[in-house]
Design a protein around this ligand. Structure first.
Ligand code: ZN
Length: 86
């Protein structure tokens, strides 16, 4: 059962008010979901973007495009330089 199916099931039995009261983030920032831990990533990837705070999504964007990708590019450049020196 996927997370979306679980939400639909909760709605079908009348427990939709509980969904917003559950916590899943492992490292909340100022009490908000971080958008970076694995449960937050799962929520974002499985179509439950509304569960992750906008602040968390902004942090995730900066992490992905300003930290992770440049870090990988620099790592590839360093590896290429080191391999050429051998
Ligand atoms: Zn999180």
């Amino acid at each position: 059962m996927s997370k979306l199916e679980e939400v639909e099931y909760m709605k079908s039995i009348g427990l939709e008010s509980i969904i917003g009261k559950t916590h899943f983030c492992h490292t909340p920032v100022f009490g908000l979901t971080c958008g970076q831990c694995n449960p937050c990533k799962d929520a974002l990837n499985e179509g439950m973007q509304y569960r992750v705070s906008t602040f968390g999504r902004i942090l995730g964007f900066f992490r992905k495009y300003l930290y992770y990708y440049p870090y990988r590019i620099v790592g590839r450049c360093i590896r290429a330089v080191l391999q050429n020196k051998r």
